[in-house]
Structure formats: C-alpha cells, structure tokens
Design a protein around this ligand. Structure first.
Ligand code: NAP
Ligand code: MG
Length: 477
C-alpha cells in the first residue's frame, strides 16, 4: 500500500479510499495508492506554506543548491530501484526507464548549479535613484504531472521550482505515482525540510482539481492534455494564479531530398517509438520531399516491420501502452484511418510471450495521410507515424504548421541556408536540425506555442517562470 508523502511523513488519505496500481505489462493490480481528496491537498498546502515561511526561507541560494545536489546524488544511487518502480508502474522497457532515472538525477544536478547563479539587475534611472530588480519565488507551487514521463517531468518542474526558491505540492497521475513518492522520501533523507516536496496521489478530477483551485497555490505547472490544460487555466484564472502549460504536440519531422538518410532513419523511428509514442514531443508526422518519398517510405517500412513490442522487463523496442483505455484510443484512430482509406506501409509485431492481458500496440506506419485527417491533427499518443509528401520549402512549412499544436519540429537537410529559413518559419517552441529531441536536453528551454501551451520549463529559462520580479527603487539623493 502506497501512502501520500506530506510534511516528510507517509500518511493515508483522509478519504480512507485507495485506488489500484496496474502493471501495463500484464494488466494486473499489484499495489494501491491513496485516493486523496481536497482535505489532503489542504493539509499539503498548509505544510508547504509553513515550510516556505519557516525553514525554507532560512536557506540561502547556495544552501538550496547543495540540497538539490545531494538529492541528485541520492537519486543516482537509487537509479536501479527507481527504474524498477517506473518500469512496473508505466510499462517502460528497462533502458528507457533507466534513462528517465538518470535524467531525474541530471535535472537536480543542473538546477543545483543554477540556484546561486540566478539574479536580478540594476536599472539606470533618474539621478539620485538606484533601481534594482529581485527575482523572488512565487511561494507554494502546484505541479500536476502526467503518466508518460513521471520522473523526467517531476525533475524539470520541481527541480526548477525548488531552485528558484519555491516549495512544491505535487499531484502525480493516478497511473504513475510510485517513483515520485519514493523520490520525495529520498529528498527527506538528504535533508529537505518538511513541506518542501509534498506528494498527494489520487484522481485528476478530484485531487488535481482541488490543487488547481486551492487559494494557497501561488503558481501551477501542468503537463497533459489540452482539455485538462483549459480546466487548469480556468481554475487558475479565477484567482489570477500564473500557470505554465505543456499540452503536447503533433510534431513534424521534415526530410528534404539532400538529407543524410542513414543518419535520419533511426532518429525518425526513435522519435515515434520511444515510450511507445506516448511522448508529448513525439515526432508523429514525417513530411518527405517528393523525389525521395517512395524510397524513404520503403526503408522506414522495413525498419518498422523489425520493431518488437513486449513486456517492459524484456527490454524490447516498445513496451505496452499505459492502460486499456489508451490502447482503445490508439485503435480508434487506426480504425478511423482505415475507414478513410489511409494505407499502412508496415507495422511491427507483438512478441508471443507478451501476456494477453497487457496493453500492447504494434507500431504502425501510415502513408499519404491527408493533412486535415484526425490522425494527422490530434495527438494519438501511441506508436503511429503519419507519412506525407511535399514539394519544396513553402509546402513543407504550410503542412508542418497546419495543426493546432506547435511544440517541436525536426528538419533534415544539408543546405545551410534552408536550415535557417526553416527554423525561422516553423511555428514551434523547439526546432532541431539534423537531429531530433537532442537526447532529452535538460539544458534546453522547452514548451510550446498555440495549443501546445505557454511558458517554458527546462534549462535556465525555467527559473524566470518560477519566479516573479520585484522592482525596488531607492531615492538616495
Ligand atoms: P490528462 O487527463 O490531461 O492528465 C494529465 C494530468 O492531469 C494527470 O495528472 C491527471 O490526473 C490530471 N488531471 C486530469 N483531470 C484533471 C482535472 N480536472 N484537474 C486537474 N488535474 C487533472 O491526460 P490523460 O487523460 O492521462 O491522457 C489523455 C491524452 O492527453 C493522451 O492521450 C495525450 O494525448 C495527452 N497527454 C499529453 C501529455 C503530454 O506530455 N503533453 C501527457 C499525458 C497525456 P489523473 O491521471 O490522475 O486523472
Ligand atoms: Mg501504473
């Protein structure tokens, strides 16, 4: 039985209710989390406020940095344990779960170093004045974390928020709580004061909603679906609480005829296969220049047909999807595509040892997908790659920008001028040239435009969002 972690103590929800934890590899319940309610959120917010005004305010920036560094080391020491928790909870193949545990340690390391290097400015003003700006923490920040990358998303938002001097109340997704409860325990062990990191588990529309509406939350960072992002923003707007929203994407990978295809192909595949396509920045559309459309499709198809899906512990190319409803969602998209006459180039296979009760989905490569079809417009959040053909830069830009999203884009070309022209015209928060996703890129600011959300996390830039600016004008004659 898993408990909430509030004020550095493991506590049961006041609701007395629990919720099953399911292993996506076999569909079986193996643990339970607390099904918390608004009372638990209230308790967590009070604890965090006490911390913010008490012990946390006594720490200077370099002391905060040392704590975060100690947590980074502790996470690295416990990487194997965290990897196993995440793997069972989320169905991640071993190497992918291990990469997430290492990324979590790296986030804390990065933000440990950033704490005492973040500062305000002085501003030239009228004679007799000195004007300076202070970067101050918001106070108690709320974090609604999704199930696709619990450790990584916790690292990026909680790491940044703590570095900026905030304290955190975290609501993990009901499908992925285990690693985050453990990380909060590790934080207490290395000396984080009670209330610096509180974890309250439960259902989104219950405890997530209570967090978004709580008047004691001074800033909210949310990663998840556009629909829930709107609800969070509405709740926050009612009390003028700032929010950072990361709402996913329909990211294009654009391949010109002069690209280094040997280098591009494994990257194109990994960008949609990683975490079984359940990635906000998944490269879910591949836009291919006409002269290489058929040969590249053939090579991608060959690679797709070799992809294997199986239980997380088998460490194949793909593990299962997170839950049964996610599998139904992906299959719904595929059925619609089939009904619209969209053809499949190739698909991978689910290995025979995969339990029938697991949530397995073979990766699928679709061709000639119309730009306005749902499968090319919405997040499938599964291993489905939509291939489309373009002629020239203008059409590539038109097609790439033709969705409501704008999170990430990839461009493959050897033409230096085109690299810059494309980067300028693509409407997205990140553009990768001759690579994609930059290996996680803890240092690289991340976030979207349009329906992909607003605000930036990751990198030094995140610290601006996790602080508010105070201008101090002193008249001294
Ligand atoms: P979701 O509902 O947006 O869940 C994201 C987070 O928000 C979870 O912690 C969830 O908690 C919480 N939540 C749900 N309803 C809430 C509410 N009314 N108030 C406050 N918090 C709430 O996403 P999902 O249903 O898990 O996935 C559906 C689709 O969203 C996916 O297929 C995918 O397209 C997209 N998605 C995108 C990302 C991303 O990284 N951009 C991540 C996840 C999902 P519970 O899980 O406990 O309900
Ligand atoms: Mg689970």
């Amino acid at each position: 039985m898993q408990l909430n972690f509030i004020h550095n103590q493991s506590v049961a929800s006041q609701s007395g209710q629990t919720w099953p934890v399911i292993d996506p590899s076999d569909g079986q319940t193996f643990d339970h989390i607390q099904r918390s309610n608004a009372h638990d959120i209230d308790m967590a917010v009070k604890s965090s406020r006490e911390c913010f005004e008490g012990p946390w305010s006594q720490l200077n920036a370099s002391e905060r940095g040392r704590l975060l560094m100690a947590l980074s080391r502790k996470v690295a020491e416990h990487a194997e344990e965290l990897m196993r928790l995440e793997q069972r909870d989320c169905g991640k193949p071993t190497q992918q779960a291990m990469a997430d545990a290492k990324a979590l340690a790296r986030y804390f390391e990065f933000y440990a170093g950033a704490c005492d290097k973040f500062h305000g400015e002085t501003i030239p003003y009228q004679n007799g004045y000195s004007v300076l700006t202070w970067r101050e923490p918001h106070g108690v920040t709320g974090h609604v974390v999704p199930w696709n990358y619990p450790m990584q998303i916790f690292g990026r938002c909680v790491g940044g928020a703590l570095a900026a001097g905030n304290v955190c109340v975290v609501k993990p997704a009901e499908d992925a709580c285990l690693s985050l409860i453990r990380v909060a325990q590790l934080a207490a062990e290395v000396g984080f004061p009670p209330g610096a990191i509180n974890i309250v588990t439960g259902l989104g529309h219950e405890v997530g909603d209570a967090l978004a509406k709580h008047p004691g939350i001074d800033h909210i960072s949310f990663t998840g679906s556009p629909t829930v992002g709107t609800l969070i923003q509405q709740a926050a707007a009612a009390r003028h609480c700032p929010v950072t929203l990361e709402l996913g994407g329909k990211s294009p990978q654009i391949i010109f005829a002069d690209a280094d295809l040997d280098a591009a192909i494994p990257v194109i595949i990994n960008a949609i296969v990683q975490n079984s396509g359940q990635t906000c920045s998944a490269g879910s559309r591949v836009l291919i220049e006409k002269s290489i459309y058929e040969p590249l499709l053939a090579r991608l198809g060959e690679a797709f047909s070799k992809l294997r899906v199986g239980p997380a512990s088998a460490d194949l190319n793909l593990g299962p999807l997170i839950r049964a409803t996610q599998k139904m969602r992906v299959q719904g998209f595929l059925e619609e595509a089939k009904a619209a006459g969209i053809r499949t180039v190739a698909q991978g296979s689910v290995v025979s040892e995969a339990p029938e009760t697991g949530f397995y989905q073979a990766p699928v490569l679709l061709r000639d997908v119309p730009v306005d079809h749902r499968v090319a417009q919405e997040e499938v959040f599964g291993p489905v790659l939509s291939a489309m053909c373009f002629e020239g830069e203008d059409q590539a830009i038109e097609m790439a920008n033709a969705t409501a999203f704008g999170l990430v884009a990839g461009v493959w070309t050897r033409d230096g001028g085109r690299q810059f022209r494309m980067a300028k015209r693509l409407r997205s928060g990140q553009v990768f040239i001759n690579n994609y996703g930059a290996g996680g890129g803890v240092e690289l600011p991340f976030g979207g435009v349009k329906s992909s959300g607003h605000g930036r996390e990751k990198g030094f830039e995140a610290l601006y969002g996790f602080t508010t600016l105070k201008t101090v004008a002193i008249q001294h004659g």
